[in-house]
Ligand binder design. Structure first.
Ligand SMILES: Nc1ncnc2c1ncn2[C@@H]1O[C@H](COP(=O)(O)OP(=O)(O)OP(=O)(O)O)[C@@H](O)[C@H]1O
Length: 270
């Protein structure tokens, strides 16, 4: 068996409770999850269940309370240097133009400026922004800014890509364009992807495998589905495939109850 790109083994994460500082809240309980090199895995679950917590653990931004995280077989200590991240929130530096945003990570690694600029321009072209390098974030649309973020992540050539609802702020059409672009780029380079979303359609359309999480507290995987739809896929067209409809029904059957539980908990807190 090949060594997984990323493996979470029996991971539990507890936090000091926000309601009672003397108590601990178990966000994620005994979760085991592996992603093979080149595999695209989506994690879906109800709101507030612990999806971002799992991603932060995978990124090395948060140490689990117990359990282990391995990256290509090596226990993870500190930041996951083989991973690139793309989060829901905008992460562009407003005082840098698009090109300088894309190459910031390369410069941080000590890549000479001329090499970094050449790579940055190539990535801007790949994400459809050739010639936009001198624009500042405020001069770009939301979709264009997401493209810059994508180039910023991919220019570092990470073996693992961690994405936390990266397109949730976009309108439906822009979002589908971006999803297709991500699939094209992924098909060309085949990195391991951990994609967090609450959108089941998006998860099925993009992934090789969809993992369903239970509602919290003590979130853990309760279902795993291989997405055997043909590739290459167009995320809008694949939704009409009879197998897509079957998979959607099967996964929703598992997810529905948890979404209702998560919603009830949010109402209690609110
Ligand atoms: N640093 C923290 N301290 C205390 N509680 C936290 C902390 N981080 C997360 N939590 C709690 O852990 C639970 C899981 O949070 P997390 O952000 O991982 O959920 P999520 O599934 O990504 O949410 P959403 O769907 O809203 O993005 C939530 O109840 C949250 O309030």
């Amino acid at each position: 068996m090949t060594t997984p790109a990323l493996s979470l083994d029996n991971v539990t994460c507890t936090f000091v409770s926000r309601e009672d500082r003397g108590q601990r809240y178990t966000a994620v309980r005994e979760t085991t999850l592996t992603i093979a090199p080149g595999e695209f895995v989506s994690v879906v679950g109800p709101t507030g269940c612990g999806k971002s917590t799992l991603l932060n653990v995978s990124a090395g931004l948060l140490s689990p309370s117990s359990g282990t995280v391995r990256v290509f077989g090596e226990p993870l200590e500190g930041i996951n240097a083989r991973a690139g991240y793309m989060f829901q929130a905008e992460a562009l530096m407003p005082w840098r133009n698009a090109l300088d945003n894309v190459i910031a990570g390369l410069e941080f690694r000590g890549v000479p400026r001329t090499d970094a600029v050449a790579q940055g321009e190539e990535w801007l072209r790949r994400v459809g922004l050739g010639g936009f390098g001198d624009r500042y974030p405020h001069q770009l649309s939301g979709g264009m800014r997401k493209r810059v973020s994508l180039a910023q992540t991919l220019v570092l050539d990470p073996d693992i890509i961690l994405m936390d609802e990266p397109f949730s702020a976009l309108d439906v059409q822009t979002r589908q364009l971006m999803e297709n672009e991500v699939l094209d780029l992924w098909a060309a380079r085949r990195k391991a992807v951990l994609f967090i979303t609450h959108d089941l359609d998006e998860a099925i359309a993009m992934s090789d495998r969809v993992v369903v999480l239970s509602a919290g507290p003590g979130t853990h995987p309760i279902g795993e589905f291989a997405i055997d739809l043909p590739r290459p896929r167009d995320v809008a067209e694949v939704r009409n495939h009879p197998r897509f409809v079957e998979l959607h029904a099967a996964i929703w059957d598992v997810l529905r109850e948890e979404v209702l539980k998560g919603y009830a908990q949010q109402r209690k807190v609110a």
